[in-house]
Design a protein around this ligand. Structure first.
Ligand code: G6P
Length: 484
């Protein structure tokens, strides 16, 4: 079987040459949870990956063919078909509708007394951006399915592409379609931020699928309730099914995970070991770590405020601890994201001014995309802070504990999807409550060894037993069961 994976981002990016280091341009794996989870599936099944050409680098790759046959620097092959929306359409689709509008709704990030203001410009961005780009994706998928001798399996990903399934099914009714939503699905009421025609079009788009997958049981329930309350559709909450245009659409949750064997290799990669040696040369006795994209949903500022509270009351920890925020730049074309990164940096600087002494800097912020360094950091932390406001799953909460060698403690938001699986072995926090988070950070730093070891071992067991192959396997099994 050769599936078609449909996602906004291609699995790899063209990294420009670095003249300073004398390194030529090269293809490296893209970032974000979605790419992390799906690239091994795409490589193993020789899937066609349909993606948008997001920038000059992608357009260069698109020029290599349709599909382009691409090989990463470490030797993995991909076939990628790029759709190439015009700059304005892409901007409306990505920077206005997908981010921030849908992303903020699905992570409950709007400051509703003030934002968003929905008006003609929103409707314009919806039609000429989101709908138009979804149409381009659908057309490329239709072309592929029509050229294929068997009805192919189409695996659509995430909130940028809600309309694709319905568009494809209208043209190729026998196609098998599955859509996986990587981010939370909020309550029916919260969707009412959007005008009815837009929010209903999203749900109708998704119901073009045979199966709709989410990260957690909470998302499944919210989706079923949205169908029932906002659209008056017939749903069966126990069977997790929506009855729609003579079809039964299954709604299921499949907690996404990571590629365990690949991490086992990466933790001993010489480049990771190099980074680890570098960390050992500067790290203090105790290291608190966070690894995140610079996204508002990740709650980076409150993490610093919690740490500040801890330093206020525990002067004995001064000079012995450091909070390392290893951050990947994200969505910097969007004003809210730029100003958020500004707040992250200025709050860290303020806390550093307040407490720095004798060569000790309480917070170390690095904004850099470097997976080897991230893995080295995972190996060395004593406490890993994962405190998102809301998060679909959060793969850092799985990658960190899997790689860590010090039985480090995970401080985990109750609103991260990962909490449903590993919350019992972490220290749970309400992400808004900085006092509670401060206490959890402290508890993580002083927890006795046997307790740390027991928690870390159980957490690793759960993470290992739900490898990413199981995530995809369970989806394929359900597809076979539903449609034979
Ligand atoms: C999350 C989303 C993905 C997205 C990724 C990176 O993991 O679920 O759909 O690709 O973030 O964000 P970006 O906007 O840079 O692709």
């Amino acid at each position: 079987m050769r599936p078609i994976v449909v996602a906004n981002r291609a699995p790899l990016v063209l990294e420009p040459a670095d003249e300073l280091l004398g390194r030529p341009e090269r293809l490296v794996k893209g970032s974000g949870g979605l790419v992390t989870a799906l690239s091994s599936l795409a490589a193993e099944t020789d899937a066609l990956w349909v993606a948008a050409a997001r920038d000059e680098g992608d357009r260069n790759l698109a020029a290599r063919g349709d599909p382009a046959h691409l090989r990463t620097a470490d030797g993995t092959d991909y076939r990628v078909a790029f759709v190439q929306p015009g700059a304005e359409a892409y901007d409306l689709y990505y920077n206005v509708i997908s981010n921030p509008l849908l992303w903020f709704i699905q992570h409950y990030l709007w400051d509703l007394a003030r934002e968003p203001v929905v008006d003609a410009s929103t409707r314009h961005a919806w039609r000429d951006g989101y709908v138009a780009v979804n149409r381009m994706f659908a057309d490329r998928v239709i072309r592929e399915t029509e050229a294929s001798d068997r009805p192919p399996l189409v695996l659509i990903q995430d909130y940028q592409l809600y309309l694709v399934a319905r568009m494809v099914r209208e043209r190729v009714p026998e196609v098998k379609l599955q859509h996986f939503v990587h981010i939370p699905w909020p309550t029916p009421q919260y969707w009412k931020i959007l005008p009815k025609p837009i929010r209903d079009e999203i749900v109708h788009g998704l119901l073009g699928n045979d199966i709709i997958g989410f990260q957690t049981s909470r998302d499944v329930r919210n989706f079923l309730l949205t169908c029932e309350e906002n659209l008056g559709l017939g749903v069966d909450l126990r069977e997790r099914t929506v009855y729609y245009q003579g079809r039964a659409v299954w709604v299921r949750h499949y907690p996404i995970s990571i590629d365990i064997p690949s991490f086992a290799e990466q933790v001993v990669d010489p480049r990771v070991l190099d980074e680890e040696r570098r960390i050992e040369s500067w790290r203090p006795e105790k290291l608190i770590l966070r690894v995140d994209r610079t996204d508002l949903s990740k709650n980076i500022v409150r993490g610093f405020l919690a740490y500040e509270r801890m330093l206020e009351t525990h002067t004995d920890l001064h000079r012995r601890v450091q909070f390392w925020a290893f951050l990947q730049p994200s969505r910097q074309d969007i004003g809210d994201y730029r100003s958020y990164l500004g707040s992250v940096l200025s709050v860290a600087a303020r806390i550093n001014r307040r407490f720095s002494a004798g060569g000790w800097t309480p917070i170390r912020v690095e904004v850099e995309e470097n997976m080897h360094k991230a893995i080295a950091a995972y190996k060395c932390y004593d406490v890993l802070l994962v405190n998102p406001i809301y998060d679909g799953m959060n793969l850092v909460a799985k990658e960190g504990p899997l790689c860590n060698t010090r039985n480090g403690v995970l401080v985990l938001s109750e609103n991260a999807g990962a909490h449903e699986e590993i919350g019992d072995f972490a220290l749970t926090v309400n992400p808004f409550d900085v006092d509670e988070t401060a206490e959890a950070l402290l508890l993580g730093l002083v927890m006795d060894e046997p307790q740390k070891a027991a928690r870390a071992e159980k957490m690793r067991e759960v993470i290992r037993s739900n490898d990413v192959t199981r995530w995809i396997g369970n989806q394929l099994q359900d597809l076979r069961e539903l449609i034979g």
